[in-house]
Every structure is written in structure tokens, then in C-alpha cells.
Ligand binder design. Sequence first.
Ligand SMILES: [Zn+2]
Ligand SMILES: [Zn+2]
Length: 293
Amino acid sequence: MGSTTGGDNDMSKVQESILEQGKKTKVCPRCGKEKSLDKFSNGKREKDEKHCWCKECCKKYRQENREKLRIKRKQYNQSHKEETSEYNEKYHQEHKEERKEYNKQYHQKNKEKINERRRQYRQEHKDEWEQYSQDHKEETREYNKKYRQEHKKERNEHERNKRKTDPLSKFKADIRVLVYRAFKNLKLIKGGKTFELLGYTPKELYIHLMSFVNKPCVYNKCNIEELITVENSQNDHIIPTCIAETKEDIIKLNQLNNLRLIHVECNLKKSPEDSQMKREKKTNDKKKTKTRN
Ligand SMILES: [Zn+2]
Ligand SMILES: [Zn+2]
């Protein structure tokens, strides 16, 4: 008997000393269990800056009293309206950057989950969703436009980064530029979306160009041993687009069978006449603007 009591005393002494030294555990008065401190939420009110009840008990309590708590919170907010809004405003301002960063990281980490949830929600609320989009069409368009304008820099930066890491984005962006330039060279304005114009999908372009990757360069005068990668190569037209005279020519010359990936260096070497022509054209254009001025 005596020894057992002694053992218990020893145990509680050990516990006490643990609590004294490192405060590693705590007894939850709600469930009576001793738990490590990470099982308690942080709170400012208690001496040890931990909530009185353990996380599990707090959660259970919230779940069991959801409706009661909601009403209580509502009442509190009603009677402390000004204080609360002032406090919220202040808090909001003070933690703006922090929250922005947190949200950004959270979004990054949970991208797929969030998208899936959104998709599911839309599916479940399809009718409401359609009604809402219909009713707010103009607003949404305006908002998107404004948002795009305000976030132009970030968006461009994001697109640039994406192009570096995602081949599909790179190929898409490159072909857009090539087609745009070809149009510009003919003093035509490119209307409509690039891929609708060309008649194939970005995915098809991707599959076609990726068939050149990890293989030797197909340029006949290539003397580089390195195999083709997305990074060391460039989209090249077998028949150059500078011979195009009409919009139809441009479309024809930008079909997949005229596109390939070759080394960046090979592409630069490939058509000296081509770049010579461009240089002459540029200087001529410059002269024109000069004489006009
Ligand atoms: Zn508990
Ligand atoms: Zn090459």
C-alpha cells in the first residue's frame, strides 16, 4: 500500500517538476486528461498563454453549441458594434501584409483542393450560379477589366515565370509572338485568337514540339552535341515566314508540319539573309520616320 502511494507521489512530483521546468504538459479541466502543450491552443488570457481547455474539448464544445455561440456572437456584435468595427479595422490594417502573405501561401499549397471545391460548389449550385452570372454580367466584366489593369505587372511577371517552368506556356507564348510579328511585318492586324486562327490546339502544338526534345538537333548544319531541351531550343519555321505575303500564307507557314525545335544558336545561325533583311527593313523604317520628322 505504502509503496503505491509513494509511487503516486513520485509520479505527481515528476509531473509537477516537468510542469515547473519546461511546462511540457497540462491537465485539461474539461476532460481531465493530461496532454502536451501543443494539444492546447494559444490564448492570451491564461497565465501560460494557453487555452484552459484542450483543443479537442474546445472543438467539441464549439460543435455542440454552434447555434448558441452564433446567437451569442451576434448579440455581442450588436451591442459592441462600434468597438468591434474599430477594432476590426485596426486589426485589419495592422495585419494586412501578414494576411496577404498567408493567403498567398495557403492558396499556393492548396491550389488543387480549392479549385476542386470551387468546381464542386458551382456544380451543386449550377442554377443559382448561372442566374448570378447573368445578373452581374456587366459588373463582372468591369471588375475583371479593372483587376487586369491594376495587376498587369504581377500578371506579366507570373506569366514570365510560368513560361520558364512550364513548356506548354512557353510554346503558347512563343507561337503567339511569332504569328503576331508575321502579321505586323505585312502591316496586317492580327484579329482573333491565335489558336483559333491556326486551327490546332495548344496541346497539339505541345505534343508536336515535345517530339523534338531529348533528341539530336534536326538542323542540318548543327554542330552542337547537346540534345534538344525545352530550355536550349527555339521554335523554328522550316520554311521561313518572311516569305509570307498574305494572312493565309502566315497561317499555312505556322502549321505544325512547318514547326520544329532547334538549338537557339542554330536558329541564330540559320538564316543570315533573313536577319539581314530584317535589319535593312528596320533601318529603312527608321529613315522613313526620320524623314517624316
Ligand atoms: Zn480536454
Ligand atoms: Zn542545333
